[in-house]
Ligand binder design. Structure first.
Ligand code: PLP
Length: 394
């Protein structure tokens, strides 16, 4: 069976060029970047070159890039880093209800330690209103953390407007750019952020490595204690092959971003339009005009999302729901709930996320399979009545 991968927001295939760049650091160049001998120096040079490359991707200075184990660590280190460095009197954080759990659960952990957190809501499009952020500011607000683009519906947030508000009020501003990196331009100067999280495996790099941008002058405490790696921000022997892989992925992204995005947008639109034309009672979740070029989140009335993903997988198509399965029950996605979808609508939604390696053949094949799977699942739903069924007395 030919397999079609439409889950690029979960993770991406590692680019062959990335594998090739990493190989020497998994074999002959195995040195510890802190060692002063030749082996160590090979590794050190590779890490510092990688820092320059990642800095170039986001328009930062190399000294403002710190390597981490991925998006989750970068989010935790940014949020807790600022909170721990703040005076006890300034411990209010503003974030949004549609953040990834790497931010939401970090904010909730901070609340348990006495930090006060405001979760701003969004409208039905899934976009935060900067005025809501402004209204949430208190004299003790120390940090605003709003994601650049949402992982489930792709909604792009007004980061530049929010950063102006943060600057006016002298509040640190962090953005989780894990989903936007590699899909749309990410420029820390234009965005005006103090802290930014990114992860290699969402941009055709390896898993378990990422980076954190820390604007010069941002005061934060480290999460971990150990050696003096990464300018004391992040102790631990550097993951040299992973860092080299991230840098190669960043280089490829810089070279191909425009053409990748346009090609993927065209494929996404063809897939989405094709589904909406072929499948009755289907709708797009979130603001279709202000979202990542690769993401489509669709609601199919009376189709249970998890069942749909399994049925699609059996036909060779990998997609996902936004739902988190906890203790045996499928919780409706917090993002879809936050944008005002009912629990039933959220449970009937699926996410399609395309990427660099998808082809028009993938789209055509998926379009053959989709209507069939939806129809079959609806035919066994006790609640679904086809349009006109009542009139026909069925
Ligand atoms: N933030 C967002 C928006 C994400 O989509 C993800 C991963 O899905 C993460 C953070 C976590 O990144 P990582 O898997 O590198 O820990």
């Amino acid at each position: 069976m030919t397999r079609i991968y439409l889950d690029n927001n979960a993770t991406t295939q590692v680019a062959p060029e990335v594998v090739e760049a990493m190989m020497p650091y998994l074999t002959a160049n195995f040195g510890n970047a802190s060692s002063i001998h030749w082996f160590g120096q090979q590794a050190r040079n590779a890490v510092e070159k990688a820092r320059e490359q990642v800095a170039k991707l986001i328009h930062a200075r190399p000294g403002e890039v710190i390597f981490t184990s991925g998006g989750t660590e970068s989010d935790n280190a940014s949020i807790f880093g600022v909170i721990l460095a703040a005076r006890a009197a300034t411990r209010h954080v503003i974030t949004s209800a549609i953040e990834h759990h790497a931010v939401l659960n970090t904010a909730q952990a901070a609340e348990k330690l006495g930090v006060s957190v405001t979760y701003v809501r969004t409208g039905p499009g899934g976009v935060v209103d900067p005025d809501d952020v402004k209204r949430a500011i208190r004299p003790d607000t120390v940090l605003i953390s709003i994601m650049h683009a949402n992982n489930e519906i792709g909604a792009i947030q007004p980061i530049e407007e929010i950063s102006r508000i943060a600057l006016e009020h002298d509040i640190f501003f962090h953005t989780d750019a894990v989903q936007s990196i590699g899909k749309i331009p990410v420029d820390v100067e234009k965005l005006g952020v103090d802290l930014l999280s990114l992860s290699a495996h969402k941009l055709y790099g390896p898993k378990g490595v990422g980076a954190m941008y820390i604007r010069r002058g941002t005061i934060l405490k480290p999460l971990f204690y150990g050696g003096h790696h990464e300018r004391d921000h992040r102790p631990g022997t550097e993951n040299v092959p992973g860092i080299v892989g991230l840098a190669k992925a960043a280089e490829l992204s810089l070279a191909h971003l425009g053409e990748d995005a346009e090609r993927v947008r065209e494929l996404r639109d063809r897939l989405e339009q094709g589904i909406l034309e072929r499948v009755p009672r289907a709708s797009v979740n979130g603001d279709a005009s202000r979202r990542l070029p690769n993401t489509s989140n669709l609601c199919f009335d009376h189709v249970e999302g998890e069942g749909f993903v399994i049925a699609m997988d059996l036909r060779g198509v990998a997609c996902s729901t936004g739902a988190a399965c906890s203790s045996g029950t499928v919780e409706p996605s917090h993002v879809l709930s936050a944008i005002g979808r009912t629990a039933d609508q959220a449970r009937s939604s699926i996410r399609l996320s395309l990427g660099r390696y998808n082809t028009s053949e993938d789209v055509e094949a998926a379009l053959e399979i989709f209507p069939d799977v939806v129809e079959r699942l609806r035919s066994i739903s006790p609640h679904y009545k086809p349009v006109g069924a009542r009139a026909q007395g069925r």
